[in-house]
Design a protein around this ligand. Structure first.
Ligand SMILES: C[S@@+](CC[C@H](N)C(=O)[O-])C[C@H]1O[C@@H](n2cnc3c(N)ncnc32)[C@H](O)[C@@H]1O
Length: 210
């Protein structure tokens, strides 16, 4: 086993709050077997918890930030999950090709994106959706978690304030309109949108490849 420094482990404050509700929502739709590719895994706290909760699945983490990949790998070591759980891929959602280990790609059933598309340019959402349609088999799922606008409207004042703060940090960021995400998905055969309301005005949104 590679030895990752435990000081590389990062702690993202929201994870402690949203990990359980996301896990509960996942439990309703995850397949029994196969692999899950998480895009933008951040600290890695979510995916390590999911690997523990759903041990029959292979959870493949990724992020474009090297420090985040180090953190994910340190969490995997800390939780003693390697080799059951593969080490993180340094993957940019915008990469033309998503390179993953053959044993992950051949069993891929779910692509998961937690709190990415509002903290990244719209081009990242487009790439996420088009690559998901490319890599998922029929019956596979693309899952988002995060805040969304519904029919162009924020669902709460706090989401409006959050959106304004995101756009001040980067004019290309912002809380996305669920209808726009749905349209992107429908265009590439990701259909049957299911939406679950989760705490703090966040949504768990899944599509299935047909
Ligand atoms: C708000 S954090 C969310 C992290 C984690 N999913 C969570 O909810 O705790 C956004 C993450 O997206 C990653 N990210 C941003 N742009 C990306 C890109 N183009 N490709 C891959 N990851 C990206 C960042 O490095 C960061 O880890």
């Amino acid at each position: 086993m590679r030895d990752f420094s435990q000081s590389d482990r990062l702690y993202f404050p929201a994870t402690a709050r949203n990990c359980r509700p996301i896990s509960d929502a996942l439990s309703l739709i995850l397949p029994r077997k196969g692999s899950v590719l998480e895009i933008a895994s951040g600290s890695g706290e979510h995916i390590v918890a999911f690997q523990r909760s759903f041990p029959e699945l292979i959870w493949q983490a990724s992020d474009f930030n090297l420090d985040h990949c180090k953190s994910i790998n340190a969490w995997i070591c800390y939780a003693n999950l390697f080799p059951q759980m593969p080490y993180a891929l340094q993957l940019n959602v915008l990469d033309e090709e998503w390179v993953m280990p053959p044993f992950v790609q051949s069993q891929l059933m779910v692509i998961l994106s937690i709190n990415l598309i509002h903290i990244a340019p719209w081009s990242c959402c487009k790439s996420l959706v088009s690559h998901s349609a490319e890599y998922l088999p029929v019956g596979g799922r693309l899952i988002f978690y995060g805040p969304f606008r519904m029919l162009g409207q924020h669902v709460s004042d706090s989401n409006l304030i959050f959106d304004q703060s995101l756009r001040q940090r980067n004019s290309l960021w912002g809380v996305r309109d669920l209808e726009s995400v749905k349209q992107l998905c429908m265009n590439v055969g990701l259909v049957e949108m299911k939406v679950i309301n989760l705490p703090s005005n966040n949504f768990f949104v899944s599509f299935i490849k047909r």
